[in-house]
Design a protein around this ligand. Structure first.
Ligand SMILES: [Zn+2]
Ligand SMILES: [Zn+2]
Length: 372
């Protein structure tokens, strides 16, 4: 029987190989239309953080949900070999396989051993690749060491160069360099997509939901009226409306190099578009809406530990109501979100999300102001 064979194989195959098999297929796995049963199965087997599960299960937009499932799988991979082994054991079960064709084909290649051939082939391709790749292979020494290197590389910042086996773009672009649909593509490289869809985005660039959208006349991005900053009004749009990302792109080309101090001391009134841009990047980067709303409403622990809570919607309101005098005051509030997050979460998943968002903020801040 297949289920017995699977258990035997899972015990026989080194965990390192199970992780590799998992890593190279997690994009494909995440491209599922109806992940509910899959996620419930992970939850029943203790393979997903409850908070993350609750967030993803409530997502209605397909793209966002797939991105959420991918994050869950990414978290799982980081938990190590035993966890990945448990993953395969819990998804290679009839009631799951019946629903998910991608997992069915993975089970087939797992049972007949062909997944190893595919893995080895891709190793061979890497070896015959560029000289740079060969050097890296040598530097890594044994196969085992190389795997460790890859894991470390995955943990580095968004602007660092990913390892050769990763399916990400060569370098994470700033939001200025990327267009809407390119970002969506990088999130779901293996999802089949109608090429026509890529001409103009059919979901809001910020929240990824569909609805009544305004399209930028220069890039593929689309926005809800209230998701864009400044907030849009139909009467004032005109025929050649440009989104804040396109406006800033032009502005950045004209920007001369500046010192951080000078920017922080300059009045917000002269840099309002920059602040709006940075805030949009924060909303965009906060995919699971962890930092968007007032955290003290749902979590009473906040008020006892954190003296000054801060969240993105509050910064948005303050910015709109002209409550910030200098760019420095605006930056202080954004940094307060990261600081509070670190105080409460240190090393867990939410802590990592905060650190990731912090990196995005720094990257975008330095880019748009050309900080020396
Ligand atoms: Zn939106
Ligand atoms: Zn645009």
């Amino acid at each position: 029987m297949n289920s017995d064979r699977i258990l035997v194989l899972l015990d026989m195959i080194p965990q390192e190989e199970l992780v590799k098999f998992f890593r190279s297929n997690k994009t494909q796995i995440s491209c599922m239309d109806e992940p509910h049963t899959f996620l419930n199965q992970l939850r029943d087997n203790g393979l997903v953080l409850e908070d993350l599960y609750q967030k993803v299960i409530k997502m209605r937009n397909k793209e966002r949900r797939q991105s959420g499932v991918y994050q869950i799988l990414e978290w799982l991979e980081k938990q190590g070999g035993q966890c990945v082994k448990n993953f395969w054991r819990s998804v290679f079960q009839d009631h799951i396989l019946k629903k998910y064709s991608a997992l069915r084909s993975l089970q087939t290649s797992f049972l007949d051993g062909s997944f190893r051939v595919i893995e080895n082939l891709s190793d061979a391709e890497k070896l015959t690749g560029s000289a740079e790749k060969e050097t890296e292979q040598k530097k890594g020494g044994t196969k085992r060491k190389k795997c460790n290197d890859e894991t470390e590389e995955e943990d580095t910042g968004p602007s660092s160069m990913p390892g050769p086996s990763q399916k990400r773009p060569a370098m994470e672009p700033t939001f200025l360099e990327s267009t809407g649909s390119q970002l969506q593509e990088s999130r779901s490289t293996q999802c089949s997509k109608d090429p026509l869809d890529q001409i103009k985005d059919d979901a809001c660039f910020i929240c990824n939901e569909e609805g009544n959208l305004v399209h930028c006349t220069q890039c593929p991005r689309a926005f809800h009226y209230r998701c864009h900053l400044p907030i849009l009004q139909e009467e004032t749009l005109g025929d050649s409306w440009l989104c804040t990302f396109c406006v800033l792109k032009t502005d950045q080309q004209l920007q001369i190099q500046t010192r951080r101090e000078d920017i922080l001391n300059s009045p917000v009134s002269g840099k309002i578009r920059h602040c709006e841009y940075l805030l949009l990047c924060m909303y965009k980067g906060d995919e699971l809406h962890v930092f968007t709303g007032n955290p003290t409403i749902t979590d009473t622990e906040w008020s006892s530990v954190i003296s000054e809570p801060m969240w993105l919607d509050k910064v948005k309101t303050k910015l709109q109501d002209n409550k910030y005098r200098t760019v420095g005051e605006f930056v202080r509030d954004i940094n307060l979100i990261f600081k509070n997050c670190q105080t409460l979460n240190s090393d867990n998943e939410f802590g990592k999300m905060g650190a990731k968002l912090n990196k995005i903020f720094e990257r975008e801040f330095q880019t748009i102001f050309k900080i020396q």
